[in-house]
Design a protein around this ligand. Sequence first.
Ligand SMILES: Cc1ncc(COP(=O)(O)O)c(C=O)c1O
Length: 431
Amino acid sequence: MNKIDDIIKRDRKIFLTTTRESYKFVADHGKGDYVYDINNKRYIDFSSFISVYNLGVNGNAEIRNAIKRQVDRLTHSAFTDYYSELPVLFGESLIKMFPSGFGRMFLSNSGTEANEAAVKFSKIFTKRPYVLSFYNGFHGRTMGSLGLTASHSVQRAHFGPFPNVIHAPYPYPYRCLFNKGDHKCGSDYIDYIKDYVFAKEADPSEIAAIVFEPIQGEGGYIVPPREFVTGIRKLASQHGITLIADEVQSGYMRTGKFLALDNFGVHADIYTMAKSIGGGLPMGATITRSSLGDIPHGSHANTFGGNHLVVAAAHASLRYLQKNRRSLESGVHRKSGKIFKRLEEMKERYGIIGDVRGMGLMIGVEFVKDRKTKERAAKEREKILDYSFNKGLLMLPCGDSSIRLIPPITIKEGALEKGLDIFEEAVKEFS
Ligand SMILES: Cc1ncc(COP(=O)(O)O)c(C=O)c1O
């Protein structure tokens, strides 16, 4: 048996099943735009290792050196119990990336924990019981965040009930639920919240938070119309509801702005981040508007939040991002333009592509069997992923029949072009 099959066999024996892809990628090392398997086969990375390496897979020397230096000083400082300066320096630096009025944060270890904290804080701030989130949304898999998640029912099966979470539809412009002549597919969704959620299920005075992804990730890389985003902002403000933007996947410059929500011209009351914020190490952050106040002593904490090794990586990553902000931003816009142009051309050539959507370098391609019926081409999507993998391109699925293209934002144009060539070859093969 070859080494790859041997490792996969041993893995399957010892670990419970998760979400591993059908293709057999056994990671060994990474260098910016490329990742290598244990046979040293090179792959172009269009996954950023699940959105964690926006600055390249293990490719940033400043982050690597900061981790190495910190290892010899102190890896953990029990930051929720004792004081220490490194996390404070990081927090002071991170808060500068947020709109004015944001002044407090809580550090954790993952996206799900950041969202749990956000919901807990909003309940403390408002003293209200209910939370509203959206279908197709993904906010994590621990019990609290799982209540918010409604992306695929298998993720929730056997785990409920999840008390006090209400779900409303999130606009999916390619498959708009409502057909009242509103071509932008936005304001009908706001009416739904008013007419059904508020009027029939929970009075807004009982709702602590509205939790949403500014661009849905796992659910299908779905970009909502602007009037939906401004609409939920307005509803939240009118009724004293805390608006929580889950930027775990969409944030950290993925769309060409530090926060994806900044593309819509409104601000949330709480932001959650994880994935790329840790520079490759596990970090979650929940960032709150100062006017919301503080939480009582002992009400919320954890063991590893503010861990020094993680913060050293996150701080180095943030310093790099701040130093190179303009060029990173313009790079995202330039590369995004090229990808969209290429994908739109592909859409004209291959009927299997139903929709191309996204912002910056957060791009989704939805596959359909028939453009008219929009029947989902889920099997073909798997084949395209597998074919691309065999040709040396690593990508991830999302939604029911879409693929996400999320290369590191630092990817060089040559690797990008080559990756798109492979992707096109795969799409052509199964069209
Ligand atoms: C938008 C969003 N929120 C939350 C999470 C959960 O993050 P984690 O897996 O770090 O708990 C994810 C993970 O994919 C995500 O994409």
